[in-house]
Design a protein around this ligand. Structure first.
Ligand SMILES: C[S@@+](CC[C@H](N)C(=O)[O-])C[C@H]1O[C@@H](n2cnc3c(N)ncnc32)[C@H](O)[C@@H]1O
Length: 263
């Protein structure tokens, strides 16, 4: 299908060096980069995927923004979850169409975007944060990313306050997740999945102990490292630099044990 770029479309301008710019096309506007500039009018009407030249003669590709591009370009006032961690968590939490998912500490909304896309159609995301300004930022970021915000219910919440009941999964991105386990347990359906992202080993230890203490099963902690590879004929090797640390991921499941001797 030959589909062209229209005014109002979001375009990921991608330079040959990999730098990207996520822009809404507006007639009469102009965009400058370190490799040269381009008029939005030169982009409007082009085919998606077209390669044009900047004012300097360097190439620029007109790409559809991917989910990963939109996540990494959210306007940030908090740390965000990284795609490598988000992708694993969506699978581990079994987030899919029609599911009800709770997110505690939704911040700038990188994870909110992922959860909302994953539960669509038919699902719900309940996103809590203790700071109202972050809920507003989160909603703006989701709208800018063309997420179906009607699936998201935002609420201000202090530590320990109750959550929506009947959740299939809860994701917790707050500094003291162990303090939330009582209300999380009450919110989760049986067999519902829990996950948290935490930056330090002592937090991971404390969380794992607290999960066991609350009766959760299959308590696991892991980290995901991504190493880029420079693949070139005869001299393929790992890249020198990598992101060495984002978060440790802890997962668990709610089980409902019968009282001893009752079975
Ligand atoms: C690291 S940010 C979350 C980032 C988010 N997951 C993302 O991907 O963009 C942590 C957030 O948790 C909120 N927070 C901290 N403790 C909380 C609590 N007990 N209940 C609700 N929100 C909390 C903070 O205000 C902050 O916005």
């Amino acid at each position: 299908v030959l589909d062209t770029i229209a005014a109002g479309d979001q375009v990921l301008l991608t330079l040959e060096d990999g730098k990207t710019f996520l822009l809404v096309m507006e007639p009469g506007r102009h965009h400058s980069t370190h490799r040269g500039s381009i008029d939005h009018d030169a982009v409007i009407g082009q085919l998606w995927g077209a390669a044009l030249t900047l004012s300097t003669g360097k190439e620029v590709y007109l790409l559809r923004p991917r989910w990963i591009d939109r996540m990494m370009k959210v306007h940030r006032r908090t740390n965000i979850m990284y795609p490598k961690d988000v992708a694993y968590l969506l699978a581990a939490l079994d987030v899919g169409p029609g599911k009800t998912v709770i997110e505690i500490g939704c911040g700038s909304g990188a994870m909110t975007q992922a959860l909302t896309r994953a539960v669509s159609p038919g699902g719900r995301v309940f996103s809590y944060d203790k700071r109202e300004e972050f809920l507003e930022l989160n909603a703006r970021n989701c709208a800018a990313a063309r997420i179906d915000c009607s699936l998201v219910t935002y609420a201000v919440r202090e530590a320990g306050e109750t959550l929506q009941e009947g959740a299939d999964a809860v994701f917790c991105d707050v500094p003291e997740p162990w303090a939330e386990l009582g209300v999380i347990e009450a919110a989760l359906a049986g067999s519902g999945r829990f996950a948290a992202g935490i930056p330090t080993f002592n937090q991971a230890e404390r969380l794992a102990s607290a999960l066991v203490g609350h009766g959760f099963a299959m308590v696991e902690t892991l980290e995901i490292l991504v190493r880029g590879i420079l693949a070139r004929p005869g001299r393929t090797r790992p890249e020198h630099r990598m992101i060495g640390h984002t978060q440790l991921l802890t997962t668990a499941v709610k089980v409902m044990r019968s009282p001893r001797g009752a079975e």
